[in-house]
Design a protein around this ligand. Structure first.
Ligand SMILES: *Cc1c(COP(=O)(O)O)cnc(C)c1O
Length: 369
Protein backbone atom coordinates (compact mmCIF):
# COMPACT_ATOMS: atom_id res chain seq x y z
CA UNK A 1 0.00 0.00 0.00
CA UNK A 2 1.12 3.54 -0.71
CA UNK A 3 2.45 5.54 2.22
CA UNK A 4 -0.01 8.27 3.24
CA UNK A 5 2.43 11.18 3.56
CA UNK A 6 5.53 11.11 1.45
CA UNK A 7 8.03 13.77 2.63
CA UNK A 8 7.61 15.58 -0.71
CA UNK A 9 3.86 15.92 -0.16
CA UNK A 10 4.29 17.33 3.34
CA UNK A 11 7.02 19.73 2.16
CA UNK A 12 4.92 21.02 -0.76
CA UNK A 13 2.01 21.55 1.59
CA UNK A 14 4.11 23.45 4.11
CA UNK A 15 5.79 25.58 1.43
CA UNK A 16 2.48 26.63 -0.02
CA UNK A 17 0.97 27.36 3.36
CA UNK A 18 4.08 29.34 4.34
CA UNK A 19 3.84 31.45 1.17
CA UNK A 20 0.17 32.21 1.86
CA UNK A 21 0.92 33.14 5.47
CA UNK A 22 3.76 35.47 4.46
CA UNK A 23 1.38 37.40 2.17
CA UNK A 24 -1.10 37.94 4.98
CA UNK A 25 -2.82 40.13 5.91
CA UNK A 26 -3.95 40.82 2.36
CA UNK A 27 -7.39 42.43 2.05
CA UNK A 28 -7.70 41.06 -1.49
CA UNK A 29 -7.44 37.54 -0.09
CA UNK A 30 -4.32 36.94 -2.18
CA UNK A 31 -3.95 35.03 -5.43
CA UNK A 32 -4.10 31.47 -4.10
CA UNK A 33 -7.88 30.92 -4.24
CA UNK A 34 -7.93 31.96 -7.90
CA UNK A 35 -5.01 29.62 -8.59
CA UNK A 36 -6.89 26.82 -6.84
CA UNK A 37 -9.95 27.50 -9.00
CA UNK A 38 -7.93 27.31 -12.23
CA UNK A 39 -6.34 24.02 -11.20
CA UNK A 40 -9.67 22.55 -10.01
CA UNK A 41 -11.27 23.37 -13.36
CA UNK A 42 -8.38 21.71 -15.21
CA UNK A 43 -8.29 18.67 -12.91
CA UNK A 44 -12.01 18.00 -13.29
CA UNK A 45 -12.17 18.98 -16.96
CA UNK A 46 -14.77 21.74 -16.62
CA UNK A 47 -14.62 25.41 -17.61
CA UNK A 48 -15.38 26.89 -14.16
CA UNK A 49 -14.63 26.17 -10.50
CA UNK A 50 -15.62 28.49 -7.66
CA UNK A 51 -13.98 28.04 -4.26
CA UNK A 52 -16.08 28.66 -1.15
CA UNK A 53 -15.90 28.13 2.60
CA UNK A 54 -17.71 24.75 2.80
CA UNK A 55 -19.67 22.12 0.94
CA UNK A 56 -22.85 23.56 2.41
CA UNK A 57 -21.89 26.98 1.01
CA UNK A 58 -21.21 25.43 -2.41
CA UNK A 59 -24.74 23.96 -2.47
CA UNK A 60 -26.17 27.28 -1.26
CA UNK A 61 -24.41 29.26 -4.00
CA UNK A 62 -25.31 26.75 -6.72
CA UNK A 63 -28.99 26.59 -5.76
CA UNK A 64 -29.10 30.39 -5.59
CA UNK A 65 -27.55 30.50 -9.07
CA UNK A 66 -30.37 28.23 -10.27
CA UNK A 67 -32.81 30.87 -9.00
CA UNK A 68 -34.22 28.62 -6.27
CA UNK A 69 -36.30 30.62 -3.81
CA UNK A 70 -39.49 30.74 -1.75
CA UNK A 71 -42.29 28.53 -3.06
CA UNK A 72 -39.95 26.30 -5.06
CA UNK A 73 -39.74 22.57 -4.44
CA UNK A 74 -36.49 20.66 -4.82
CA UNK A 75 -36.19 16.87 -4.94
CA UNK A 76 -33.63 15.50 -2.48
CA UNK A 77 -32.93 11.88 -1.57
CA UNK A 78 -33.99 10.95 1.96
CA UNK A 79 -30.70 9.04 1.91
CA UNK A 80 -28.57 12.02 2.87
CA UNK A 81 -27.22 14.21 5.64
CA UNK A 82 -28.91 17.43 6.82
CA UNK A 83 -26.15 19.51 5.19
CA UNK A 84 -27.71 18.84 1.78
CA UNK A 85 -31.04 20.25 2.90
CA UNK A 86 -29.96 23.24 5.02
CA UNK A 87 -29.26 25.49 1.97
CA UNK A 88 -32.83 24.93 0.74
CA UNK A 89 -34.13 26.15 4.05
CA UNK A 90 -31.86 29.20 3.85
CA UNK A 91 -33.29 30.02 0.40
CA UNK A 92 -36.88 29.53 1.52
CA UNK A 93 -37.41 26.51 -0.75
CA UNK A 94 -39.09 23.23 0.22
CA UNK A 95 -37.24 19.91 0.16
CA UNK A 96 -39.28 17.02 -1.20
CA UNK A 97 -37.74 13.73 -0.14
CA UNK A 98 -37.29 10.96 -2.68
CA UNK A 99 -36.64 7.32 -1.92
CA UNK A 100 -33.59 5.31 -3.01
CA UNK A 101 -33.35 1.83 -4.48
CA UNK A 102 -31.71 -0.62 -2.05
CA UNK A 103 -30.42 -2.71 -4.97
CA UNK A 104 -28.36 0.15 -6.45
CA UNK A 105 -28.29 2.91 -3.77
CA UNK A 106 -29.37 5.18 -6.67
CA UNK A 107 -32.46 7.40 -6.64
CA UNK A 108 -35.84 5.68 -7.07
CA UNK A 109 -36.92 7.54 -10.19
CA UNK A 110 -40.49 6.19 -10.04
CA UNK A 111 -40.85 7.77 -6.61
CA UNK A 112 -39.17 10.95 -7.89
CA UNK A 113 -41.63 11.17 -10.81
CA UNK A 114 -44.58 10.78 -8.43
CA UNK A 115 -43.31 13.71 -6.38
CA UNK A 116 -42.83 16.19 -9.23
CA UNK A 117 -45.34 19.08 -9.09
CA UNK A 118 -45.70 22.33 -11.01
CA UNK A 119 -43.45 23.93 -8.39
CA UNK A 120 -40.54 21.46 -8.69
CA UNK A 121 -37.48 23.30 -9.94
CA UNK A 122 -34.43 21.16 -9.29
CA UNK A 123 -33.08 17.83 -8.10
CA UNK A 124 -30.05 17.27 -5.83
CA UNK A 125 -28.60 13.79 -6.34
CA UNK A 126 -26.35 12.94 -3.39
CA UNK A 127 -23.46 10.60 -4.09
CA UNK A 128 -23.34 9.20 -0.59
CA UNK A 129 -20.28 7.11 0.24
CA UNK A 130 -18.85 8.08 -3.14
CA UNK A 131 -21.42 6.07 -5.14
CA UNK A 132 -22.66 8.22 -7.97
CA UNK A 133 -25.71 6.48 -9.45
CA UNK A 134 -26.46 6.37 -13.14
CA UNK A 135 -25.78 9.76 -14.78
CA UNK A 136 -27.85 8.89 -17.86
CA UNK A 137 -30.95 8.16 -15.74
CA UNK A 138 -30.34 11.40 -13.88
CA UNK A 139 -29.98 13.67 -16.88
CA UNK A 140 -32.89 12.12 -18.76
CA UNK A 141 -35.17 12.46 -15.69
CA UNK A 142 -34.08 16.07 -15.24
CA UNK A 143 -34.61 17.02 -18.87
CA UNK A 144 -37.99 15.26 -18.99
CA UNK A 145 -39.19 17.36 -16.04
CA UNK A 146 -37.18 20.47 -16.92
CA UNK A 147 -35.20 20.50 -13.66
CA UNK A 148 -31.81 21.87 -12.76
CA UNK A 149 -29.39 19.26 -11.39
CA UNK A 150 -27.21 20.30 -8.46
CA UNK A 151 -25.02 17.36 -7.48
CA UNK A 152 -23.97 16.92 -3.86
CA UNK A 153 -20.54 15.50 -4.59
CA UNK A 154 -19.13 16.09 -1.10
CA UNK A 155 -18.12 12.43 -0.76
CA UNK A 156 -17.58 11.59 -4.43
CA UNK A 157 -14.39 13.38 -5.53
CA UNK A 158 -12.65 10.99 -7.89
CA UNK A 159 -15.61 8.74 -8.71
CA UNK A 160 -16.52 8.31 -12.37
CA UNK A 161 -19.21 6.30 -14.10
CA UNK A 162 -19.11 5.40 -17.78
CA UNK A 163 -16.35 8.00 -18.07
CA UNK A 164 -18.47 10.77 -16.51
CA UNK A 165 -16.88 12.41 -13.48
CA UNK A 166 -19.11 12.83 -10.43
CA UNK A 167 -19.99 16.50 -10.15
CA UNK A 168 -19.95 17.22 -13.88
CA UNK A 169 -23.29 15.77 -15.02
CA UNK A 170 -25.62 18.63 -14.14
CA UNK A 171 -25.86 22.39 -13.72
CA UNK A 172 -23.31 22.35 -10.88
CA UNK A 173 -21.37 19.85 -8.77
CA UNK A 174 -20.80 20.79 -5.13
CA UNK A 175 -17.81 19.49 -3.18
CA UNK A 176 -16.72 19.74 0.44
CA UNK A 177 -13.09 19.86 1.56
CA UNK A 178 -13.85 19.38 5.23
CA UNK A 179 -11.41 17.03 6.96
CA UNK A 180 -12.48 13.47 6.26
CA UNK A 181 -13.38 14.10 2.62
CA UNK A 182 -10.83 12.79 0.14
CA UNK A 183 -9.64 16.22 -1.03
CA UNK A 184 -9.34 18.12 2.25
CA UNK A 185 -8.29 21.57 3.46
CA UNK A 186 -9.56 21.56 7.04
CA UNK A 187 -12.73 23.35 6.00
CA UNK A 188 -13.68 24.42 2.50
CA UNK A 189 -15.66 23.63 -0.59
CA UNK A 190 -16.06 24.43 -4.26
CA UNK A 191 -18.51 24.08 -7.08
CA UNK A 192 -17.88 23.03 -10.65
CA UNK A 193 -19.99 24.17 -13.56
CA UNK A 194 -19.97 24.40 -17.33
CA UNK A 195 -22.24 27.46 -17.17
CA UNK A 196 -20.55 30.83 -17.15
CA UNK A 197 -23.61 32.52 -15.53
CA UNK A 198 -23.65 29.99 -12.68
CA UNK A 199 -19.97 30.65 -11.94
CA UNK A 200 -20.50 34.43 -12.09
CA UNK A 201 -23.49 34.19 -9.76
CA UNK A 202 -21.60 31.97 -7.30
CA UNK A 203 -18.61 34.37 -7.25
CA UNK A 204 -20.94 37.28 -6.51
CA UNK A 205 -22.93 35.27 -3.97
CA UNK A 206 -19.92 34.17 -1.92
CA UNK A 207 -18.78 37.76 -1.36
CA UNK A 208 -21.81 39.99 -0.79
CA UNK A 209 -22.35 40.64 -4.50
CA UNK A 210 -19.19 42.78 -4.55
CA UNK A 211 -17.92 41.18 -7.75
CA UNK A 212 -21.24 41.39 -9.59
CA UNK A 213 -22.11 39.45 -12.76
CA UNK A 214 -21.78 41.36 -16.04
CA UNK A 215 -24.49 43.96 -16.41
CA UNK A 216 -25.22 44.22 -12.69
CA UNK A 217 -24.02 46.82 -10.24
CA UNK A 218 -21.77 45.70 -7.37
CA UNK A 219 -23.62 45.36 -4.05
CA UNK A 220 -26.98 45.57 -5.84
CA UNK A 221 -28.22 42.45 -4.02
CA UNK A 222 -27.84 41.01 -0.56
CA UNK A 223 -25.85 37.79 -0.50
CA UNK A 224 -23.43 36.33 2.02
CA UNK A 225 -19.78 35.77 2.85
CA UNK A 226 -18.57 32.28 2.14
CA UNK A 227 -15.11 33.03 0.78
CA UNK A 228 -12.37 30.44 1.19
CA UNK A 229 -9.55 31.83 3.36
CA UNK A 230 -6.12 31.93 1.72
CA UNK A 231 -4.37 29.48 4.10
CA UNK A 232 -7.09 26.90 3.45
CA UNK A 233 -6.89 27.51 -0.30
CA UNK A 234 -3.14 26.89 -0.06
CA UNK A 235 -3.73 23.57 1.70
CA UNK A 236 -6.39 22.66 -0.86
CA UNK A 237 -4.05 23.48 -3.74
CA UNK A 238 -1.24 21.32 -2.34
CA UNK A 239 -3.67 18.44 -1.84
CA UNK A 240 -5.23 18.90 -5.27
CA UNK A 241 -1.80 18.36 -6.81
CA UNK A 242 -1.73 14.88 -5.28
CA UNK A 243 -5.44 14.10 -5.71
CA UNK A 244 -4.84 10.96 -7.76
CA UNK A 245 -2.66 9.68 -4.91
CA UNK A 246 -5.37 10.56 -2.37
CA UNK A 247 -8.06 8.73 -4.35
CA UNK A 248 -5.85 5.69 -4.97
CA UNK A 249 -4.96 5.56 -1.29
CA UNK A 250 -8.62 5.58 -0.23
CA UNK A 251 -9.41 2.88 -2.79
CA UNK A 252 -6.52 0.79 -1.50
CA UNK A 253 -7.58 1.25 2.15
CA UNK A 254 -11.15 0.24 1.33
CA UNK A 255 -10.05 -2.78 -0.72
CA UNK A 256 -7.89 -3.93 2.20
CA UNK A 257 -10.78 -3.82 4.70
CA UNK A 258 -13.25 -5.48 2.32
CA UNK A 259 -10.76 -8.18 1.35
CA UNK A 260 -10.17 -9.06 5.00
CA UNK A 261 -13.93 -9.46 5.51
CA UNK A 262 -14.69 -11.57 2.42
CA UNK A 263 -15.42 -14.72 4.41
CA UNK A 264 -17.22 -13.09 7.33
CA UNK A 265 -20.72 -14.51 7.83
CA UNK A 266 -23.56 -11.97 7.75
CA UNK A 267 -21.56 -9.32 5.87
CA UNK A 268 -21.31 -8.81 2.12
CA UNK A 269 -19.45 -6.05 0.29
CA UNK A 270 -21.70 -3.69 -1.68
CA UNK A 271 -20.02 -3.76 -5.08
CA UNK A 272 -20.12 -0.66 -7.29
CA UNK A 273 -22.16 -0.69 -10.50
CA UNK A 274 -20.68 -1.89 -13.78
CA UNK A 275 -18.89 1.05 -15.37
CA UNK A 276 -18.38 2.78 -12.04
CA UNK A 277 -14.85 3.70 -11.02
CA UNK A 278 -15.61 4.15 -7.31
CA UNK A 279 -13.41 6.38 -5.12
CA UNK A 280 -13.73 3.86 -2.25
CA UNK A 281 -14.91 6.61 0.10
CA UNK A 282 -15.93 4.10 2.82
CA UNK A 283 -15.81 0.30 2.95
CA UNK A 284 -19.50 -0.57 2.38
CA UNK A 285 -21.00 -3.82 3.63
CA UNK A 286 -24.55 -5.11 3.63
CA UNK A 287 -25.33 -6.32 7.15
CA UNK A 288 -27.40 -9.48 7.09
CA UNK A 289 -27.51 -9.99 10.87
CA UNK A 290 -30.35 -9.59 13.36
CA UNK A 291 -30.83 -6.01 14.57
CA UNK A 292 -28.25 -4.57 12.15
CA UNK A 293 -28.39 -1.00 13.50
CA UNK A 294 -27.52 -2.22 16.98
CA UNK A 295 -24.62 -4.11 15.39
CA UNK A 296 -23.32 -0.90 13.77
CA UNK A 297 -23.64 0.95 17.08
CA UNK A 298 -21.87 -1.85 18.87
CA UNK A 299 -18.98 -1.62 16.37
CA UNK A 300 -18.74 2.13 17.00
CA UNK A 301 -18.41 1.40 20.71
CA UNK A 302 -15.69 -1.13 19.88
CA UNK A 303 -13.68 1.58 18.09
CA UNK A 304 -14.82 1.13 14.47
CA UNK A 305 -16.25 4.51 13.37
CA UNK A 306 -19.15 4.13 10.95
CA UNK A 307 -21.99 6.20 9.43
CA UNK A 308 -24.96 4.79 11.28
CA UNK A 309 -23.29 3.58 14.48
CA UNK A 310 -21.15 6.65 15.22
CA UNK A 311 -23.11 9.43 13.50
CA UNK A 312 -26.64 8.04 13.87
CA UNK A 313 -27.34 8.66 10.19
CA UNK A 314 -31.09 8.26 9.60
CA UNK A 315 -33.21 9.03 6.51
CA UNK A 316 -33.57 12.80 6.33
CA UNK A 317 -37.37 12.60 5.94
CA UNK A 318 -37.63 11.06 9.43
CA UNK A 319 -35.82 13.91 11.18
CA UNK A 320 -38.05 15.93 13.51
CA UNK A 321 -37.77 19.21 11.59
CA UNK A 322 -39.40 17.73 8.50
CA UNK A 323 -43.06 17.00 8.97
CA UNK A 324 -43.64 15.38 5.62
CA UNK A 325 -47.14 14.44 4.49
CA UNK A 326 -45.65 11.74 2.26
CA UNK A 327 -45.25 8.18 3.31
CA UNK A 328 -41.73 7.51 4.64
CA UNK A 329 -38.95 6.60 2.25
CA UNK A 330 -38.68 2.91 3.04
CA UNK A 331 -35.84 2.12 0.64
CA UNK A 332 -33.64 4.76 2.25
CA UNK A 333 -34.46 3.39 5.71
CA UNK A 334 -33.66 -0.13 4.58
CA UNK A 335 -30.32 0.97 3.13
CA UNK A 336 -29.29 2.83 6.28
CA UNK A 337 -30.46 0.09 8.60
CA UNK A 338 -28.49 -2.55 6.73
CA UNK A 339 -25.33 -0.74 5.60
CA UNK A 340 -22.06 -0.66 7.46
CA UNK A 341 -20.03 2.27 6.10
CA UNK A 342 -16.67 2.45 7.86
CA UNK A 343 -15.35 6.01 8.21
CA UNK A 344 -11.75 6.31 6.97
CA UNK A 345 -9.16 9.06 6.76
CA UNK A 346 -5.88 9.44 4.95
CA UNK A 347 -4.04 8.76 8.21
CA UNK A 348 -5.50 5.30 8.75
CA UNK A 349 -2.51 2.97 8.50
CA UNK A 350 -2.51 -0.71 7.61
CA UNK A 351 -2.46 -1.48 11.34
CA UNK A 352 -5.59 0.58 11.94
CA UNK A 353 -7.37 -0.92 8.94
CA UNK A 354 -6.47 -4.47 9.99
CA UNK A 355 -7.72 -3.75 13.50
CA UNK A 356 -11.04 -2.46 12.10
CA UNK A 357 -11.42 -5.61 10.01
CA UNK A 358 -10.51 -7.90 12.90
CA UNK A 359 -13.02 -6.24 15.23
CA UNK A 360 -15.77 -6.35 12.61
CA UNK A 361 -15.13 -10.03 11.84
CA UNK A 362 -14.95 -11.01 15.51
CA UNK A 363 -18.11 -9.13 16.46
CA UNK A 364 -20.09 -10.35 13.42
CA UNK A 365 -19.22 -13.95 14.19
CA UNK A 366 -20.19 -13.56 17.85
CA UNK A 367 -23.21 -11.30 17.26
CA UNK A 368 -26.18 -12.03 19.50
CA UNK A 369 -28.29 -8.86 19.72
C1 LIG B 1 -19.66 16.81 4.20
C2 LIG B 1 -20.94 16.82 3.45
C3 LIG B 1 -21.67 17.98 3.19
C4 LIG B 1 -21.34 19.32 3.79
O1 LIG B 1 -20.05 19.77 3.60
P1 LIG B 1 -19.44 20.84 4.65
O2 LIG B 1 -18.14 21.21 4.02
O3 LIG B 1 -19.31 20.16 5.95
O4 LIG B 1 -20.40 21.98 4.68
C5 LIG B 1 -22.80 17.90 2.40
N1 LIG B 1 -23.21 16.72 1.89
C6 LIG B 1 -22.55 15.57 2.13
C7 LIG B 1 -23.05 14.32 1.50
C8 LIG B 1 -21.41 15.57 2.92
O5 LIG B 1 -20.76 14.43 3.17
Amino acid sequence: MTIPHTPGDAQALEDRLGAALRQMPDPSGGPVAAELERELATAFGVPHAVAVASGTAALHAALSACGIGPGDEVLVPALTVVMTVAPLHALGATPVFVDSDPATLDLDYDDAARKVTSRTRAIIPVHLWGRMGNPTDLTSFASEHDLDVVEDTAQAAGTTRDGQRAGTAGTAGCFSMKDGKILWSGEGGFLLTTHHEVAEHARAFRSHWQQAPAGEAPLSRLATNSRLAAPLAAIALANLRRISHLVELRQEQTRRVLHALEQTPGLAALAPAAGEEWNGFAPLLHIDLPNPRAFAEHLAQQGVPNSTGSFRLVPCDTRPMFTSPDRPCRGAAQILDHTLAVVLTERDTETTLDRYAAVIAREATAWVP
